[in-house]
Design a protein around this ligand. Structure first.
Ligand SMILES: [Zn+2]
Length: 324
């Protein structure tokens, strides 16, 4: 990935950065003075947004220029403290020209919940974003925070920052911004779908078909480099293991294979056995009516609860059948 010097009209870029700032602000992706945007002008100069200025009200003159170490070269306002993360991305990925960071509410909800974004639900998402990583939490504005994303940014342009927001990288300002728009639109659809009560998935084979389209569109997908044959495309995340010790597990969005795995581990257990006993005694008149789980019940997600209910139901039915 070689760095390409390019040839840009700086004033036009400043206007475009202000326009993207307005979009971010108007869409509610960055409240008050939140969010920051950058564009690499050349080998050692990066145009970026100032701190403590609303991204919805920036003028081209408000923008700053820093060197690749974050030292301010020009601009009357102070540069964003988050520029360290932008520069770390640009140093790790010389093909990245622009970075957008903000707190779009739907995607940030997944980041706060540490909920991996499910796949095999919408083809456009698979093609234009693909695997999305969740980087571990660190105090914003520090180099330690910036360093949390290094393992992931090598293999993806879209990262959720745990308990914080999103960061997207691209070949130009619009490319980086559109990835932010796509991730939030997708997360919004997922949250709405969840409210309807169920999520349906297409198959791994269909996911593989979509991933194979990407090279023709000039979109890299690291899963193609690793080989799709042995990948569990729908139920497993590329970023679960080998990238960081921080490895969030799904709670709200479990693929049917993950639900089955959970059920296999969940049953039979001492607590489900006790619950089955109590239910059977209650039905057959041998005990008090069951109003609550007999043991201290752990907090369960809706999928875990459904799995538990179906496990208990199956076992109760089997016990009743055997008792007759
Ligand atoms: Zn932030």
């Amino acid at each position: 990935m070689a760095y390409n010097a390019g040839n840009f009209n700086e004033w036009k870029l400043r206007e475009e950065m202000c326009e993207i700032g307005r979009r971010i602000y108007n869409k509610g992706f960055a409240a008050a003075n939140d969010g920051n945007i950058s564009f690499r002008l050349d080998e050692n100069r990066v145009l970026c947004t100032p701190t403590r200025v609303s991204k919805g009200y920036m003028k081209p003159d408000d923008l700053c220029i820093v060197d690749m170490e974050g030292k301010q070269i020009s601009g009357k306002r102070k540069r964003s403290s988050e520029i360290l993360m932008h520069l770390t991305i640009m140093k790790t990925r010389p093909d990245v020209r622009s970075v957008v960071h903000c707190h779009p509410p739907h995607a940030t909800a997944f980041a706060v919940a540490h909920e991996p974004i499910p796949k095999c639900t919408m083809p456009e998402f698979e093609v234009f974003l693909g695997e999305v990583a969740i980087a571990p939490y660190e105090t914003p504005g520090t180099q330690t925070f910036a360093d949390t994303i290094i393992p992931y940014i090598k293999d993806t342009d879209t990262i959720l920052l745990a308990n914080h927001g999103t960061v997207t990288a691209g070949s130009d300002l619009m490319d980086a911004y559109f990835k932010t728009e796509i991730i939030d639109a997708y997360c919004r659809i997922l949250i709405l779908t969840k409210q309807l009560g169920r999520v349906e998935y297409y198959s791994d084979a269909k996911a593989a078909e979509l991933i194979k389209i990407k090279p023709n569109l000039g979109i890299r997908d690291v899963r193609l480099e690793k080989g799709l044959e042995n990948c569990d495309l729908c139920a497993n995340s590329l970023f679960q293991k080998g990238y960081n010790e921080f490895s969030p597990e799904p709670h709200a969005f479990l693929h049917p294979r993950q639900q089955a795995e959970l059920a296999a581990h969940a049953a039979p257990s001492a607590s489900t056995d006790a619950l089955v006993d109590a239910v059977v005694k209650s039905i057959t008149g041998g005990g008090a009516p069951v109003t609550a789980a007999p043991a201290a019940a752990p907090a369960l997600s809706s999928e875990q609860f459904n799995t538990l209910v179906s496990t208990v139901t199956d076992q109760v039915m089997a016990a009743l059948k055997a008792a007759r």
